[in-house]
Design a protein around this ligand. Sequence first.
Ligand code: 5AD
Ligand code: SF4
Length: 440
Amino acid sequence: MNDHAANPARPRVYLETYGCQMNVADSQTVSAVLRRAGYVTANGVEDADVVLLNTCAIREHAEEKVLHRLRELARLKNSRPEVKIGLLGCMAQHNRVAIMEKAAFLDVVAGPDSYRRLPEMIGSAGFDASIDVRLDRAETYADITPEYGGGVRAYVTAMRGCDKFCAFCVVPYVRGRERSIPPSDLMREIGELAARGVKEVVLLGQTVNAYRFGDVDFGALLRMIASIDGIDRIRFTSPHPSDMSESIIEAMATEPKVQPQLHLPLQSGSDRILAAMERGYTVAEYLDLVARVRAAIPGIALSTDIIVGFHGENESDFEATTALMRSVGYDSAFMFKYSVREHTRAFRLGDSVSEEEKGRRLTALIALQEEMSLARNHEMIGREFPVLVEGPARRGGGMMSGKTPQFKTAIFAASGIPAGNTVRVRVDSATGHSLMCSIS
Ligand code: 5AD
Ligand code: SF4
């Protein structure tokens, strides 16, 4: 949104985003909706007329962060009662009653399918809060162009919602049913991004590879997007293992713009726990998928999500997870302690693993993954990769950074190479998190 200094009379909004890439993308849609309605961006809560938090409900910890922030905002509301404060997104949808009890000062509570109405809701919030947490099976925001940030990479929502109902997960309840954005809208939008200098798109969805619009499945969509001039690289997140069709694997194998990188959430390496989680695949099926993907796309980087301490997980289930992680050899992994979520199917099962034990398992798993990330990155030493340049490296000192096709961070000595250029580098050394390279 515009800087406030240029438009002193317009209402100023400050939007904070918590949670996943989908929320970041949703916030860009919210910004577009508010900008159309005349809002400009505030520099912080201090100079804002409206403060909005776009929230995450995936784990209790995510909710606690927001509740902490709300306690701070209560003080702001006390000193400046005219400031309107709104809670958006998954937490608003998940538990609005509990939240209204904890933060009675909220003016606006809007779920993920209510963003179109935000200007009206903010305007009408008075003595009573304006609340809209209806889910809408048809809402895709396809006609609203989000306010993308700058940079060579853009995250583009391809589908919304989730129909999988994994036993532990609140997403299907807070984001509603699967809906795919029409290919024509995606093509137009990504075409516009390419014209603005974006080189890489990351297609987003809770189960992005379940994408389907008419005859167009996700494999076909990847090919369509690959036909857009100016877009050099295509990635996507997060796919579900059960929706990883041959059509998608083939598109990845044959379309050079689709990058050799795949996030394949495993959750557990124990069949018993996978069944209790209602994930819809067995360990053997998952390993077969990994083998097919690796055979079709040599050099592909794999990452995953793991939950430790799901209800009923015993020591041997946990050992099965560590064994599976060792045998796959992921390039990276996101690992979480199980967090019981209200409304989910697992809610009534309970929480049999103590907090201490979850902590112990998580620490052990993180140590194992660090070891393996380092080993995987060491295998890259001496090899050459094309790197999409993003800009000066965070560590400064005449270094620049960008990503390899496998989405590993490459750091190399250079200056003045424009972002968006692709350079060839050779890997000299590696840590678990980045590759130190020289231009070759
Ligand atoms: N507790 C812990 N982790 C969870 N995830 C989803 N729901 C929960 C939960 N209740 C994790 C899964 C998912 C990732 C986005 O978050 O690993 O893939
Ligand atoms: Fe949650 Fe499962 Fe859907 Fe992923 S696939 S968003 S874990 S319900």
